[in-house]
Design a binder for this molecule. Structure first.
Ligand SMILES: [Zn+2]
Length: 492
């Protein structure tokens, strides 16, 4: 039973809303009833109570005229003897041992459009002192969440916990959603155009998005727009909505460090002119083993910076996080029971060019830390092989390179990255150099540089865009033949 105030409010609305084809649960929402127990009652039971309280006979509820013209039958889903068990059965099949689950509902935006239309219509038919407040209407999505999550909890024998990484999403869709939402949004953008111009962005996929619909419904001429679209009041006799239930796990993030021993391998798949370049990639070498282990739909790779395709990553390796997207429902880190140490060994055995270490499950927040770390001021140690245009002596390189101490560079954005980086001149420091003459024209050079230093350009000078450079220090031309990252220094 409703309390007296609620019953009076709902009974007052029942004749008007019932005549439109609004379901009893939506009448309760419009009357501001927030008690979940009232929504668990059968529609017939609620309707009988309202009919009794109204004194007069409200028109027949929506059941006799298709789905509810506001919620499109969404709030009757739990009563549906056919679809509710089907949805829940799918869920049981997809879930493995979740003890807690987060629950959410995605609902069609046309429900909000229709709700607004019904509200404006109902308000026009009651006296001024009995006007409804739009913000007092109880959210349809919240009602469905309460109703359906209780069924999911019972089916899975699990607790609802919206912080759980195991997510259950109930998606409600309706055939008329796009058309009805677009009618409102499109009318809004048309009205905003100074030239009263042509219909625009008809196929804009965002037109039916919740945000654009909410914005359109808050415009002052909302009523006129709803009336133009034939949605105030919303027409009855609508096809019921359809629903699907899907379980997924939040991405599992695996952190570690990688070494790359190939000069033909990018960090992530590299596409150029629709053609994949390089042999495999660090990401693919890891994904081959990890993706099936987690039964993930895809992987996303994040590195703390990246080296060029032709640069090897040696030493203790570069930190990374690889995300396993939509893994089969698992407790984090179990990887179908395979310990990460075994997966690490499997990657290292399978890959010819990539080795990983320190694999562990990390929180998703560590991705941001990793990216910041990649951009931070870590010094890096490199080794390169340099060709010189003239013969030099060991003494000369010892004096002019090793003896140079800290070298301050002016580095203009290299030509090879100009297409993706702004043109700037950046000061950078080479902290130290240690050279070993291989023969008169070839030199092995170890150097420690400030983060963000373009080492290749420091060697060959990039047509004078990096100054000084190895060539200018030695008074000849220089070129770089090979480059390795030896280590990333100063890490936490
Ligand atoms: Zn309804």
């Amino acid at each position: 039973m409703l309390d007296v105030t609620q019953r009076d409010a709902a009974a007052r609305l029942a004749p008007t809303l019932g005549a439109l084809g609004v379901c009893p649960r939506c009448v309760l929402r419009f009357a501001g009833v927030s008690d979940e127990a009232q929504y668990a009652r059968s529609q017939a039971d609620v309707w009988a109570e309202l009919r009794g309280a109204a004194g007069s006979e409200p028109a027949a509820p929506c059941a006799e005229a298709g789905a509810c013209c506001v919620c499109l039958g969404m709030l009757a889903l739990v009563d549906d003897a056919e679809s509710a068990p089907r949805l829940l059965a799918e869920l049981t099949a997809a879930s493995i041992g979740a003890r807690r689950f987060a629950f959410d509902v995605a609902m069609p935006s046309s429900i909000l459009v229709r709700q607004r239309g019904a509200f404006l219509h109902a308000n026009a038919s009651v006296g001024r002192e009995r006007m409804l407040r739009y913000d007092a209407i109880v959210d349809a999505k919240g009602v469905l969440k309460g109703q359906f999550s209780a069924q999911v909890a019972a089916t899975l024998d699990a607790l609802r916990d919206d912080a759980s990484p195991y997510r259950v999403l109930l998606t409600v869709e309706h055939v008329a959603c796009e058309r009805e939402s677009e009618a409102i949004v499109d009318a809004s953008s048309r009205g905003a155009r100074a030239d009263g111009g042509k219909r625009q962005r008809v196929n804009d996929p965002s037109a039916s998005s919740m945000r654009s619909v909410l914005k359109a419904l808050s415009e002052p001429d909302c009523r006129a727009r709803l009336e133009r679209a034939g949605l105030c009041p919303p027409p009855a006799g609508v096809t019921p909505c359809s629903a699907s239930l899907r379980a997924s796990h939040a991405p599992v993030c695996i952190g570690g460090r990688y070494n790359k021993y190939s000069r033909e391998m990018p960090q992530t798949p590299w596409w150029l002119d629709n053609e994949k370049r390089g042999i495999s990639s660090v990401q693919e070498e890891l994904q081959t083993v990890l993706q099936p282990a987690y039964a993930a739909s895809a992987t996303v790779f994040h590195g703390a910076g990246r080296e060029d395709v032709d640069v090897r990553m040696l030493g203790s390796g570069r930190p990374f996080v690889i995300e396993m997207q939509e893994p089969a429902c698992l407790e984090p880190g179990t990887a179908v029971g395979t310990p990460l140490a075994e997966l690490e060994a499997a990657i290292n055995l399978a890959s010819e060019h990539v080795q990983v270490s320190q694999l562990r499950v990390v929180p998703s927040s560590s991705i941001g830390d990793l990216v910041r770390e990649g951009e931070s001021e870590h010094r890096k140690a490199y080794r390169c092989v340099v060709w010189l245009s003239r013969r030099v002596s060991a003494r000369e390189v010892a004096d002019k390179l090793d003896g140079a101490g800290e070298v301050l560079l002016e580095q203009r954005t290299p030509i090879r990255v100009l297409h993706r980086r702004p043109l700037l001149t950046r000061p950078r420091t080479v902290y130290s150099m240690r050279s070993e003459l291989l023969n008169g024209h070839y030199l092995m050079l170890d150097l420690v540089t400030q983060s963000g230093t373009y080492v290749k350009e420091f060697v060959h000078g990039d047509f004078g865009r990096t100054h000084p450079n190895v060539g200018s220090l030695l008074g000849c031309s220089a070129d770089i033949l090979q480059l390795d990252v030896l280590s990333i220094l100063d890490e936490r």
